[in-house]
Design a protein around this ligand. Structure first.
Ligand code: HEM
Length: 528
């Protein structure tokens, strides 16, 4: 049975964990209040007096209830859990968490859709965020992944463009398939992820039935300071289960909070969902010679070359007592690693290392790491950061606020130095990320398509046809043709299916009379 993390009930948190305590209502300053049903008025039916500051305090606090929603991944559900180490990986990492088989730690997880707003439907076709916070003895370790092993773009500089194409049209404020396919068709590096998104894995049956991935390559280093490249995989023990396109659309209307409800129901009835953690490892020196760029987040490491190695298991066993405190204010960052785990030169990962904490300082505030969801639980929090908005607790008290000092302030721990590594001695410049050697965007998605069952291939083609059929306006033909050429480069059958389904032929890939039957098979589904 899971150990419960400490209750959110410290002098720093004015609201006790449980407000069902029968105490008197107070103002925020603690003064008991006689009446919150009737404002103070001049006469029985007269106007409200300005001196009713109790009314104003209530209204003013209410007006400030919302913090900015996450710029992406705004809709999510969170749960606490427990991670247990089941296999020895000390040959790869000296991280305290992995020092012994049987070690456990508390976790806070959050699962999300990417593009929709805070109230959007859980079953929309979208990748799912898979964010894990491990409260380890060596500090908090965050793995902020998705339910897909790859991503749409491979340089963080392109992230805002990609997200703009998925969010709302600046004129109509509506989501636009034209924008999506315009961007994707101009960015062949997106093909691998778009193919996964268009398969039924793009509409998972809630949270419990999907895998999670770090997607990026990270590194581990051991007690002898030997580095290994690593990718993390979290395999659902509930089995993969997806909605079809039509089912997902229907569920968006029936229960827009499907994923949250499904997870909450399972945990409440004691059916704790579980995921096994696996790693793929690549020796340090192999990265330079492996046939694929090992740090390109649009590529996977084939399991045949890098088999999965089991590491541990986590279960989700407790829903947070308060959504805002533990889910909305939860702040994950790929930069939160611990000694024994490090980064890689993946350009996207490198960008993310700065982007998340920057987002949290804007969204939650500079002292976000002090909030109960984010503060270390199994480690302590000692440093010379001081002040700022909402400096919770005693802000370091009377202790020294500079280093070095002669007053017994916190000291450095030289045993946890970052891994020192050489970099390629070359010119500093903006290198073309798709230069020869990094420009094969087709083989891996093609292999994935050919690996699918015939039914999965058919469903994927149908989903693509239905989605691309939403491209509108004067550029429809141009965008469709450009994307079709990419699908043909991925796989001839895939190209033909989409081409026939949309009733658009591209030069060099004429359908030779197959247009009609294929068109009927892959025609966009009727709205449910
Ligand atoms: C959330 C930026 C790529 C997974 C976010 C947030 C930002 C962001 C600003 C909102 C953070 C917040 O306000 O709490 C970026 C940038 C990327 C990138 C700049 C590319 C350079 C990725 C990739 C993945 C990913 C490749 C997965 C492998 C997530 C997840 C969340 C998130 C799971 C939600 C975390 C939560 O539940 O709070 N991202 N992102 N992102 N991102 Fe990214």
């Amino acid at each position: 049975m899971a150990k419960s993390p400490p209750k959110f009930d410290t002098p720093n948190s004015p609201h006790p964990a449980d407000l069902s305590n029968g105490q008197h209502i107070t103002t925020d300053a603690g003064r008991p209040v006689s009446d919150i049903e009737n404002s103070i008025t001049a006469g029985r039916r007269g106007p409200v007096l300005q001196e009713d500051y109790i009314a104003f305090e209530r209204l003013a606090h209410f007006n400030r209830e919302r913090i900015p929603e996450r710029v992406v991944h705004a809709k999510g559900v969170g749960a606490f859990g427990t991670f247990t180490v089941t296999h020895d990986i000390t040959k790869y990492t000296r991280a305290k968490l992995f020092s012994k088989v049987g070690n456990t730690c508390e976790m806070l997880t959050r699962f999300s859709t990417v593009a929709g707003e805070r109230g959007s439907a859980d079953t929309n076709r979208d990748p799912r965020g898979f964010a894990l916070k491990f409260y380890t003895e060596g500090g908090n370790w965050d793995l902020v992944g998705n339910n897909t092993p790859v991503f749409f773009v491979k340089d963080g500089l392109k992230f805002p463009d990609f997200i703009h194409s998925q969010k709302r049209d600046p004129r109509t404020n509506m989501r636009s398939k034209t924008m999506m396919w315009d961007f994707w068709s101009l960015m062949p590096e997106s093909l691998h992820q778009v193919l996964i998104l268009m398969s039924d894995r793009g509409t998972p049956y809630g949270i419990r039935h999907m895998h999670g991935y770090s997607s990026h390559t990270f590194s581990m280093f051991n007690a002898d300071n030997v580095r290994t490249w690593v990718k993390f995989h979290f395999l659902t023990q509930q089995g993969i289960k997806n909605f079809t396109d039509a089912e997902a659309i229907e569920m968006a209307g029936l229960d827009p909070d499907f994923s949250a409800n499904d997870l909450n129901d399972a945990i409440t009835r004691g059916d704790f969902p579980k995921w096994k953690m696996f790693i793929q490892t690549m020796p340090d020196e192999q990265a330079a010679t492996y046939k694929w760029n090992s740090f390109d987040v649009t590529k996977v490491w084939p399991h045949a070359d890098f088999p999965l190695q089991e590491v541990g298991i986590f279960e989700l066993n407790r829903m947070p007592e308060n959504y805002h405190a533990f889910v909305e204010q939860a702040a994950y960052s790929p930069s939160n690693v611990v000694d024994g785990i490090g980064f890689s030169p993946d350009k996207m990962l490198q960008t993310r290392l700065l982007s998340y904490a920057d987002a949290h300082r804007y969204r939650v505030g500079v002292n976000y790491e002090f909030l109960p969801a984010n503060a270390p639980k199994a480690a302590s929090h000692n440093n010379y950061h001081r002040d700022g908005a909402m400096a919770l607790g005693n802000n370091g008290g009377s202790g020294p606020n500079y280093f070095p000092n002669s007053f017994n302030g916190p000291t450095e721990d030289k045993s946890v130095q970052e891994f020192a590594y050489p970099v390629e001695a070359t010119e500093v410049r903006r290198y073309d990320r798709n230069a020869p050697g990094d420009d094969d965007h087709y083989t891996q998605p093609g292999d994935l398509f050919r690996l699918m069952t015939e039914k999965a291939q058919d469903d994927t083609i149908k989903n693509i046809v239905a989605h691309m059929d939403g491209i509108e306006g004067p550029k429809r033909k141009e965008i469709i043709e450009r994307q079709l050429k990419l699908w043909f480069k991925v796989d001839e059958k895939l190209g033909k299916g989409v081409s026939a389904g949309l009733g658009v032929q591209v030069e060099g890939h004429e359908l030779n009379g197959q247009m009609k039957p294929l068109h009927a098979k892959y025609a966009p589904p009727k709205p449910v």
